[in-house]
Design a binder for this molecule. Structure first.
Ligand code: HEC
Ligand code: HEC
Ligand code: HEC
Ligand code: HEC
Ligand code: HEC
Ligand code: HEC
Length: 456
């Protein structure tokens, strides 16, 4: 704290008096109280400023930020719920990385004022506030006017605890990456394979021992010359492979495998369930639709209005990515591909005019003979995307969740009630339908099984 910025006298005084109040509380009512007052009045002119600046640098920076785990976890919840959209602890997002913030800002009290009303702090002409405001292209931080001091302190406590993990984190992350995903099942499979090989080798050894024992036993008997030859004939690969048992076994195994793959193949012609191609940009629904809860319709604008749901254009990505230049998982590499597509120079934040489309690989695709309309299902019927597309918001890479066969469409049309509420179009139909004695009106009752509805 001995740099140019230094504590302003006004602040010092505030701190001083609050420290005194603290002391008073502790020794309240005793003679000590009186002595303390005298002590302070004697020493205050020279000693107190020094004492206070010492307290400022030690207590405000370190002591005032709690280390209690309960406070830290309360802070974590607040941070994740309200600050994470714009701040990360160790990396820059829309706002600065908050690690070490307590050592940068003028005072902890400054953070209280800032979080409750950043605009006011900036407007007051505060030097530091205006400096960061400029650095972050004058993006306005949200005000959290209802936050109490303790809540803000708990966020700082969380940030500080999280920042302290700096050394350990990369190691853990690397370990996690290597051990996570497909690595676990593979390791598991390997163990099983190794186990099976060991068992096989043991079996061969045991069999060899048994053969040996039998041979020795038979040799002790009185055998004819012919029998003795048979007993002592060596076991060679040739003798085994010529035996009828072995030939039968090989034919059986090969036959079964062929049969099964032919059957599987026949059943899956044209069915692309679980199709999960690699996309040109590692775009993750888990991050966008899951973690950041961006609405599906924000990007797939056609789903409510027409046949196609539509894949968003790269210009739409720029609504956010003109600011967000790095991702937690892939750094700047993947987001740079958006910039290449729209012709954006992230260093100067200008457009070059050279564009190039992103070639997304289409995943869901009905044959041309079938007609499917999104708005009919999403808008009119009120079916949610996940019914047909699965938990997209948990997928890093999208895969086809449903089989998309005719049977699948028909099956749902047989089972699903028509969403008739608030739809005048259906009023007459519902009336007719209920006089016919049926309760719910299924899609099949409105012609959902007619060939021409789905086939051109
Ligand atoms: C809408 C985005 C946004 C949200 C949400 C947000 N901030 Fe900020 N924050 C910013 C920006 C941007 C700055 C940089 C200054 C500026 O441009 O106003 C900033 C600056 C700060 C600073 C000063 C950092 C420094 O390095 O000096 C602190 C402290 C801070 N924010 C705390 C918080 C806390 C705590 C929360 C949650 C309760 C929060 N912010 C939520 C955008 C946000
Ligand atoms: C930030 C924009 C964005 C949001 C939000 C978003 N998507 Fe997407 N979606 C895309 C992009 C880009 C693609 C193409 C790349 C891919 O397949 O990952 C895509 C692909 C898809 C596909 C596969 C399309 C095909 O080729 O068959 C489906 C299905 C899908 N999204 C459904 C959803 C659902 C459901 C939600 C909401 C839970 C959602 N999306 C939210 C941008 C978005
Ligand atoms: C509404 C805002 C918004 C839109 C629109 C948006 N993104 Fe993002 N994107 C984000 C946020 C927030 C992150 C997370 C940054 C992080 O990881 O810290 C992100 C991260 C990413 C990442 C990096 C992921 C990682 O963790 O490394 C990629 C790649 C990406 N987005 C691609 C796209 C593409 C392609 C589009 C357009 C189809 C798009 N984004 C549209 C907000 C958005
Ligand atoms: C009733 C089932 C169903 C529902 C509900 C549904 N989809 Fe689809 N979706 C499909 C089918 C079937 C296709 C393939 C269409 C084709 O090939 O013509 C598809 C294709 C897509 C595609 C890629 C091709 C295109 O049409 O642009 C995207 C993106 C998509 N859906 C997003 C969504 C989103 C977002 C929602 C929710 C708002 C949603 N879907 C709701 C069945 C559904
Ligand atoms: C999740 C259940 C569900 C699935 C799966 C589904 N549909 Fe539907 N479909 C509905 C509902 C509900 C309606 C009734 C919409 C309305 O009120 O008009 C409907 C209506 C329709 C209609 C209009 C029928 C009419 O008489 O007006 C067509 C065409 C249609 N679906 C085609 C398809 C096709 C093609 C598929 C398969 C690719 C499919 N649907 C898969 C639920 C489904
Ligand atoms: C609810 C929508 C729907 C209705 C109703 C419907 N179909 Fe289909 N049909 C489809 C879809 C979707 C496919 C494509 C399935 C695929 O690609 O596996 C299809 C495929 C087909 C095929 C081609 C099969 C193939 O393997 O390529 C034929 C033939 C067919 N339908 C005939 C009919 C007849 C006849 C009727 C009336 C009795 C009918 N469909 C009613 C949705 C429907």
């Amino acid at each position: 704290m001995s740099d140019g910025r230094g504590p302003k006298p006004k602040n010092m005084f505030e701190i001083m008096t609050s420290e005194c109040r603290f002391v008073h509380l502790r020794i309240k009512g005793g003679i000590l109280n009186h002595m303390m007052k005298r002590f302070i009045s004697c020493f205050s002119p020279c000693v107190l400023p020094a004492l206070v600046s010492l307290l400022l640098s030690v207590s405000l920076q370190a002591q005032d930020i709690p280390t209690d785990p309960a406070v830290i976890s309360a802070g974590e919840a607040l941070f994740n719920g309200n600050c994470k959209t714009c701040h990360r602890v160790k990396t820059k997002l829309i706002g600065p990385a908050l690690a070490g913030v307590e050592t940068r800002v003028p005072s902890v009290k400054w953070v209280f004022d800032w979080v409750r009303n950043p605009a006011k702090v900036i407007a007051s002409g505060d030097e530091y506030a205006n400096k960061i405001y400029g650095e972050y292209n004058k993006s306005q931080m949200t005000a959290f006017s209802s936050y109490k001091d303790e809540q803000i302190l708990s966020i700082l406590a969380y940030v500080k605890a999280e920042a302290a993990k700096v050394e350990a984190a990369p190691v853990a992350a690397a370990g996690g990456a290597a051990g996570g995903g497909s690595a676990v099942p593979t390791a598991y499979l390997d163990t099983i394979l190794v186990g099976m090989i060991i068992i096989l080798v043991l079996l061969v050894i045991i069999l060899a021992l048994i053969v040996n024992a039998l041979r020795r036993f038979l040799n002790q008997r009185d055998l004819s010359e012919e029998d003795r030859e048979v007993v002592n004939s060596p076991i060679t690969f040739a003798s085994v492979s010529r035996s009828p048992g072995f030939i039968f076994l090989v034919i059986f195994i090969v036959g079964t495998i062929t049969f099964k793959s032919v059957i599987d193949g026949l059943y899956s012609i044209g069915v692309q369930r679980n199709y999960q191609p690699k996309q040109p940009i590692a775009f993750s629904h888990k991050i966008h639709a899951g973690q950041y809860e961006i609405e599906c319709k924000y990007c797939h604008t056609g789903a409510m209005k027409g046949k196609q749901a539509n894949i968003p254009s790269p210009n739409m990505c720029m609504n956010c990515h003109s600011q967000i230049k790095e991702g937690t998982n892939t750094g700047a590499g993947e987001i740079a591909k958006i910039y290449a597509a729209v012709g954006f120079d992230p260093m100067t934040s200008t457009y070059t005019g050279v564009t190039k489309p992103i070639e997304w690989v289409r995943i869901h695709n009905l044959p041309d003979l079938a007609y499917f309309n999104h708005s009919q299902h999403v808008n009119v019927a009120g079916v949610v995307c996940q019914t047909c597309h699965g938990p997209i918001e948990e997928m890093d890479v999208v895969k086809q969740y449903s089989v998309l066969t005719m049977g699948w469409c028909i099956d749902c049309h047989r089972k699903t009630d028509v969403n008739t509420k608030g739809n005048a179009y259906y009023d007459k139909l519902v009336e007719l339908h209920s006089t016919a004695g049926k309760k719910a009106m299924k899609v099949e009752d409105i012609g959902g099984l007619e060939c021409a509805k789905c086939h051109y």
